[in-house]
Ligand binder design. Sequence first.
Ligand SMILES: [Zn+2]
Length: 392
Amino acid sequence: MLSEPVELLKTLIALPSVNPMGGEADPEICFETRVTEFLINWSRQLGIEPIIQEIEEGRSNVVLLWENPHQPNSEVILLDAHQDTVPVAGMTIEPFKPVVQDAKMFGRGACDVKGGLAAMMSAFARIVQKAPPDAPSVMLSCTIDEEATTMGINALTNWLSTGDLPCPKPVAAVIAEPTELDIIVTHRGVVRWKIEASGTACHSSTPELGENAIYRMGQVLNRIEKYAESLPTQKPAHPKCGPSTLSVGRIGGGASVNIVPEECWIEVDRRLIPGETAQEAQQAVIDELQSLPFEVIHHQPWLISAPLPDDENEALATSLLKSIDEVAGPHETIGVAFGTHASRTARVGIPSVVFGPGNIAQAHTKDEWIEIRQLQQAAEIYYQFCKSFNVR
Ligand SMILES: [Zn+2]
C-alpha cells in the first residue's frame, strides 16, 4: 500500500475532486467522491475501519482513528486536511496529470492541499505501522467542501462537540494548509452580506416623481467609506493579523437608463480580527446607517468564518515548532489574513494551529505546484510531532 508522500500525492492529484464553488458541476471532475473512495480503501489496507460521515450523496468526510494499543484512553491528536480543490478553468498545465519537474510536483491541489493531505497520510501510516508505545492516539480527518461552504468541517466539529466519540475528545488539532512550514497561530475571519436600498421607479424624463435608489445607495456608500476608514482607529490592530477592515466589492441596480431605479445593492466584505464576532461587526454597520432618512435592508450574511485567536494554542505551537526545527531548521509562528478550518476546531475547545508544506502563493494558480523537499519534510514533521506529542 502507498505510504510515501510523493507517491500518495501523485495518486491524489490524479483523482479529480473539484469543488464547483457554485459554478457548473462537470460530473467527470467535480466533487470529492473519487478521493473519498481512495481514502476508504487506503484506510482498510492499513487495517483501520474508517468512520464515514456522509454529508451529501457521494460527498463524505473520512475519519481515520488509530488508538494506541499500549495506552488505552490516551490523549488524541487531530490532523485535518480537506479533500476538495478549486476549479481548473484557465490552467496552463494538465490539472490531473501529476508531473515532477525541477524538484516540484505540478497539478491541481498539489499545494492546496493534497500535498498536506499526502504528508499527513504518510505520517499516519507510519504511526499505525510502528505503533510507538508512548505516542498519543491520532485521528486523521479528511473533510469535504473547504473551498465553498465548509459543510465538512461543520459536520466534523458538531460530531466532536457532541461527545459521541469512540475515543476521548482531541486535545490538539493541526490543520493542513500551505504555510511553507511556518505555523499559523492566528488568522482573521470574515463576514459577507448584501445591503439594499430601494426607491420608487418612474420615467427618467420626470425624475422628480420617483425616488432614485442609486442616489440613496450613494449616501449609504459615503457613510460606509468613512466608517471603513475609521475602523483602524476604533480598534487596535492585532499584532499578528493586522487591523479590522471593511470593503465594498460589488454593486448592482437599476433596470435601464430611462427608468429612475427602484433598487440598488452592494456586497460587503468585513474582515474580523480575534475578539470580534460577525454579528457585532454587522450590527455596527447597521447602526452606522440607522439615521439615513430611508430604509436600508441588511440581508443575513451568506458567509461567516470566525477568526482564529492565539490565546489557547501556544503550548501546541511550541511543541510543533520543536519538531519543525529538528527536521527543517528554524521557522516561526505567524498570523495571516485568510481563513482556515482551525477557527472551527478552536471553537469547539480544541487548541488548533495550521501547518503544512507549500506556499499559499501557489494555491489556486494556473500552474499549481509544490516543492517536493517541503512535502517530504512536512511528512517527517507530522510524524515526529505526533510521536513525541506531550503538552502535559
Ligand atoms: Zn486549502
